[in-house]
Design a protein around this ligand. Structure first.
Ligand SMILES: Cc1cc2nc3c(=O)[nH]c(=O)nc-3n(C[C@H](O)[C@H](O)[C@H](O)COP(=O)(O)OP(=O)(O)OC[C@H]3O[C@@H](n4cnc5c(N)ncnc54)[C@H](O)[C@@H]3O)c2cc1C
Ligand SMILES: NC(=O)c1ccc[n+]([C@@H]2O[C@H](COP(=O)([O-])OP(=O)(O)OC[C@H]3O[C@@H](n4cnc5c(N)ncnc54)[C@H](O)[C@@H]3O)[C@@H](O)[C@H]2O)c1
Length: 494
């Protein structure tokens, strides 16, 4: 057996979260080994956020051009997928080559190892026949992979995951989408706008089921207007593929398409991480962490793996906490005069721009021992980039009521706001506010509209900082912005 090599920190999985942690710790002067079995950067830049948002940008341009007919004369649009596929290949993914990302990490002083990392007892990680012993700790950032439901015939069929959908060069004539969540709706609308006949098959009684029911309604109506067929409350029990097309069979009905995209959620693969060698239960759905991302002493986890929300901004937020905590742990382990030196290194490492374009905040850490920020997900924002965008923060009405909170709800329709009325074509949307009447603050909000995700930012600040409703009511909202509708929703709170 190979002698373990002593290093400061080992990071397993260099997706959004792991790459951020590994790069910043390397910049801070630690010896960091970063292990990635596929592409450095993970799902977001290669098969997730970035290419999907490029697709959405293109599809929205088509939809906007079509609105000329209602607003400004006549326009004819001839959609062509080739420039979209080219942009994804050339600008987003370097044809799925991570050389630049690897060099970004090694340029910061990190040591890169390609392969599958696995815990191998306390403080140790094995990758192939190399073994590393981590002086200060191990960070797990292995993310999730698509999870397909156990439907007869599905596993044996050549169905698409988000990978094939993002890599597609030539669009199919028709597409079945199993799962009407965030990925399903975003991609269904894109492909429909490029002329694909799309059918979304969703098991729950509404699409985007984790958000407010009003959001599901607006999103479904928008997709239907784009020609998407949406079937909800459908439990598929068999999938067949005859070499040319797919059929999804459900009780009393069936759906056919040239391709089948399965986007029914994602799964962390804890069994692959060797957690048993350090006494951690690997049978769970996600890897539970405390508010400083500790799995247990000397092991941190970051990103989708933690089950706190599968979003790039969560992975980045958690990464800031992990970096601060690992450095704090190192300082405490070393003790003495190193503490001040490390604090300044930490300060210097902040503000660098990452692969996925976020600015790196250490969550407000000053680098002073004991000041490591704690994770707080009360104001977790999420945006589904359909057109209209569905933005939400904090609790939904149902979640708030289930917690026994004395709830007030304020709702306003965007189409009747000044800006919505001016905007006309493509103006569907609303703002819904959830307030805690006893505390006099917002605890949740949904903002759906042409700029729903951007309007959300004001509501995120309100929920995060617990701004009193009295102050929100006496703010000045610029006329005629979409966000001015927040004032109407506040007035409607009851
Ligand atoms: C189509 C799509 C669109 C999305 N759009 C958005 C969006 O608009 N906004 C948003 O916030 N989020 C979006 N997301 C979610 C976002 O991509 C994830 O939240 C983010 O990628 C999570 O980062 P992560 O580092 O936790 O995991 P990942 O990005 O999954 O990275 C984990 C990495 O670990 C590697 N790995 C796993 N196991 C091992 C091992 N044992 N050894 C070595 N390496 C290993 C994997 O190869 C992978 O590269 C989208 C996702 C998809 C699929
Ligand atoms: N804009 C964004 O931020 C963005 C975009 C895409 C993805 N994401 C992240 O990626 C994660 C994964 O996305 P996703 O869309 O795969 O998962 P999801 O959990 O958002 O949606 C999955 C959907 O599939 C449905 N489903 C489950 N089993 C089914 C079955 N057997 N038949 C039919 N429908 C079934 C569920 O009811 C659900 O509506 C999301 O949770 C999200 O956090 C974020």
């Amino acid at each position: 057996m190979a002698e373990p090599e002593l290093v400061d920190v080992v990071v397993v999985g260099l997706g959004v979260g792991g790459e951020e942690v590994a790069g910043r710790l390397a910049e801070a002067g630690l010896t960091v080994v970063g292990i990635e079995r596929d592409l450095v950067g993970g799902e977001c830049p290669y098969w997730g956020c970035v290419p999907s948002k490029m697709m959405i940008r293109a599809a929205n341009a088509i939809a906007e051009a079509r609105r000329v007919n209602e607003l400004a004369g006549a326009a004819q649009v001839q959609p062509d997928w080739a420039p979209v596929a080219k942009r994804i290949r050339e600008e987003a993914t370097d044809t799925w080559d991570d050389t630049v990302a690897v060099e970004r990490f090694t340029g910061k002083g990190g040591r890169f190892v390609r392969g599958s990392g696995r815990l191998d007892g306390p403080g140790r990680v094995r990758v192939g026949d190399q073994v590393f012993q981590a002086r200060y700790g191990i960070v797990l950032g292995s993310g999730t992979r698509p999870s397909a439901p156990p439907i007869d015939g599905l596993a044996d069929s050549p169905y698409w995951t988000n990978h094939q959908a993002i890599e597609v060069e030539e669009l199919p004539g028709s597409l079945l989408v199993l799962g009407g969540g965030a990925i399903g709706l975003e991609l269904a609308q894109v492909f429909a706008r490029f002329g694909v006949q799309v059918t979304v098959v969703e098991a729950a009684d509404r699409v985007l089921a984790i958000e407010e029911p009003e959001a599901s309604e607006v999103a479904a109506a928008a997709l239907r207007a784009d020609g998407v067929t949406i079937a909800t409350g459908v439990r598929a029990n068999r999938v067949s593929h005859d070499g040319r097309s797919f059929t999804v069979h459900a009780d009393g009905t069936e759906f056919t398409g040239d391709r089948l995209l399965v986007v029914t959620g994602r799964k962390a693969h804890l069994d692959e991480l060797g957690l048993d060698t350090v006494g951690v239960d690997a049978s769970q759905r996600y890897l539970p962490v405390d508010e400083r991302m500790h799995v247990r002493d000397g092991i941190w986890a970051v990103g989708d793996l933690t089950g706190e929300g599968a979003f790039t901004h969560i992975a980045m937020y958690q990464a800031g906490i992990v970096v601060a905590d690992v450095l704090d742990h190192m300082r405490r382990t070393k003790g003495g005069p190193d503490a001040s030196g490390t604090a300044s290194v930490l300060g210097g490492a902040a503000g660098v721009v990452s692969a996925v374009g976020g600015s790196m905040s250490a969550g407000g850490s000053t680098g002073v021992p004991g000041s490591v920020p704690r994770a707080d997900y009360r104001a977790l924002p999420r945006v589904t980039f359909t057109d209209p965008e569905v933005g939400a923060v904090g609790l939904t009405e149902q979640q708030a009521r289930e917690r026994g909170i004395n709830v007030q709800v304020g709702y306003t329709d965007l189409t009747s706001s000044a800006r919505g009325w001016i905007h006309k074509a493509g103006n569907a949307g609303f703002i819904k506010l959830i307030a805690d009447a006893d505390q006099g603050v917002l605890i949740g909000a949904t903002s759906v509209g042409p700029a729903g995700g951007e309007v959300l930012s004001a509501l995120v600040v309100a929920v995060h900082a617990a701004v009193p409703l009295s102050q929100l009511r006496h703010m000045i909202y610029a006329y005629p912005t979409f966000h001015r509708a927040i004032e109407d929703a506040l007035r409607a709170l009851k």
